[in-house]
Design a binder for this molecule. Structure first.
Ligand code: S3P
Ligand code: PEP
Length: 451
């Protein structure tokens, strides 16, 4: 269906732009869950409004929570203005929750459903049936929940909530997804005995995302013990207690800044990402280091993070275990570098939106690349590339990676660019703005919003 293909624009000049990246998916969906479980109403400001976060909001509504659009601004609050007002209420079923293909929804909401009174049925896209969930199901059962999953350890399933959960200590193998740990911690303060999550198995990926969970829980008033704060390795504890309804401002999604920074790196241009926080638990912050190693340079300015490329792009040997969601765009840049790259520590990407290692190798090779899968990653050897159709497998990050290649390789056609709506709904417009604007539009958001 060629009419669905998006011709990726090529950059004729070095890019020079200031961009506003929408809010973080990970922070938005955590903020929604924590606000829903709080004792008072709260606000989630500058939320990401994308498929994944709308599914989260809708899932919470199905359980009885009020999630209302509001334009009320709270003066003096950075990001005051467009927000979601979250009104906690008794959680109840019967309810049906569509998780789409959102890992955060399929993992974070079952523990919330276990606190509800009544059955809650979970289902989603076909891929959601394949993505790992057994660790969450088994852990919830061990903590006192009744779950019907037909013995599959996966979706679809029904959580038969009884209005509360005993909680306590539970062992889980979270080597396939850090979200298993985050899921149990996010609801843990509302379990009768709180929760102690003990990971056993190969190392947990995406640790910054668990750090984000811990920090957001603490900001909501929870008492949390974590390994990096002197606790036992691989053990997290959340004490039982009330969570505070708060006014939360969501940071821009730094992982979704990746294609924009990549554009500066590849074209020898400059891109400033507004409101890049100087301190953050987002894994996307690692892009400053990764893309500097690949040939650019990053500095904080009054407007945000300014990233500058020289036009020279070097290969990289990088373990991306902690920042796996950066892989597709880093791989795209590596494909265009002046030396080979090895990306490792990312075997768990085989169970993401699609098998990302297989998909990246297949699609890059179809454009003339020399990419092979290793046991835990990709080996990428740059070769002269040509245009062609780039398939995206309903994976938003495959689509943005393809756009990055298209900047310098004419004739790249991206199949289903609309799949970027999972976390970055206005990507084609943002991309056009990036390439069209020689100077960024006026600063729309207060820079005092930082920190
Ligand atoms: O908790 C989160 O918000 C996320 C955790 C990570 O998941 P995995 O640990 O499954 O890789 C990451 O890849 C995903 O995009 C978002
Ligand atoms: C792995 C990802 O998403 P999810 O939250 O669905 O796991 C991702 O966004 O890269």
């Amino acid at each position: 269906m060629t009419e669905l293909h998006w011709p990726a624009p090529t950059a004729t000049d070095p890019v020079d732009a200031v961009v506003t990246v929408p809010g973080s998916k990970s922070a938005t969906n955590r903020a929604l869950v924590l606000a829903a479980l709080a004792s008072q109403p709260g606000y989630v400001r500058r939320p990401l409004r994308s498929r994944d976060s709308l599914l989260m909001a809708e899932g919470l509504r199905a359980l009885g929570i009020g999630v209302e659009d509001t334009l009320n601004s709270s003066s003096g609050v950075a990001g005051g203005g467009e927000a979601w007002r979250v009104l906690p209420a008794p959680l109840g079923g019967p309810a049906g929750i569509d998780v789409g293909n959102a890992g955060t929804v399929m993992r974070f909401l079952p523990p919330v459903a276990a606190l509800a009174d009544g059955p809650v049925h979970f289902d989603g896209d076909p891929r959601s049936h394949e993505r790992p969930l057994g660790g969450v199901i088994e852990a919830l059962r061990a903590l006192g929940a009744r779950i019907e999953d037909g013995g599959r350890g996966a979706l679809p399933m029904t959580v038969h909530g009884t209005g509360g959960l005993v909680g306590g200590t539970v062992t889980v193998d979270a080597s396939s997804s850090s979200q298993f740990v985050s899921a149990l911690l996010l609801s843990g303060a509302r379990f009768q005995h709180g929760v102690e999550v003990r990971h056993v198995g190969a190392p947990v990926p995406s640790l910054p995302h668990i750090r984000m969970t811990v920090e957001m829980l603490r900001a909501a008033g929870a008492q949390v013990d974590a390994p990096e704060d002197g606790g036992e390795p691989d053990v997290w504890r959340v004490a039982p207690g009330a969570l505070l309804g708060r006014d939360v401002v969501v940071e821009p999604d730094l992982s979704n800044a990746a294609p924009f920074l990549a554009a500066a790196l590849l074209t020898g241009g400059t891109v400033t990402v507004r409101d890049w926080p100087e301190r953050t638990s987002q894994p996307g912050d690692e892009l400053r280091d990764l893309f500097t190693r690949m040939g650019g340079s990053a500095e904080f300015t009054a407007d945000g993070l300014r990233f500058t490329g020289t036009g020279k792009v070097h290969g990289i040997d990088a373990d991306l275990h902690a920042v796996g969601e950066l892989t597709p765009v880093v791989a795209a840049v590596a494909l265009l570098a002046d030396s080979p790259s090895i990306l490792s520590g990312i075997a768990h990407l085989r169970m993401h939106e699609t098998d990302r290692l297989a998909a990246l190798a297949r699609e890059f090779n179809a454009l003339g690349g020399d990419v092979s899968e290793t046991e835990d990653g990709l080996r990428i050897t740059p070769r002269p590339l040509h245009g062609g159709v780039f398939h995206t497998y309903e994976d938003h990050r495959l689509a943005t990676a393809a756009a990055v290649i298209g900047l310098v390789v004419p004739g790249v056609e991206v199949e289903n660019i609309a799949t970027t709506a999972k976390t970055l709904p206005d990507f084609p417009d943002l991309w056009a703005e990036l390439l069209g604007a020689k100077e960024g539009p006026p600063t729309a958001a207060p820079t005092s919003g930082k920190g």
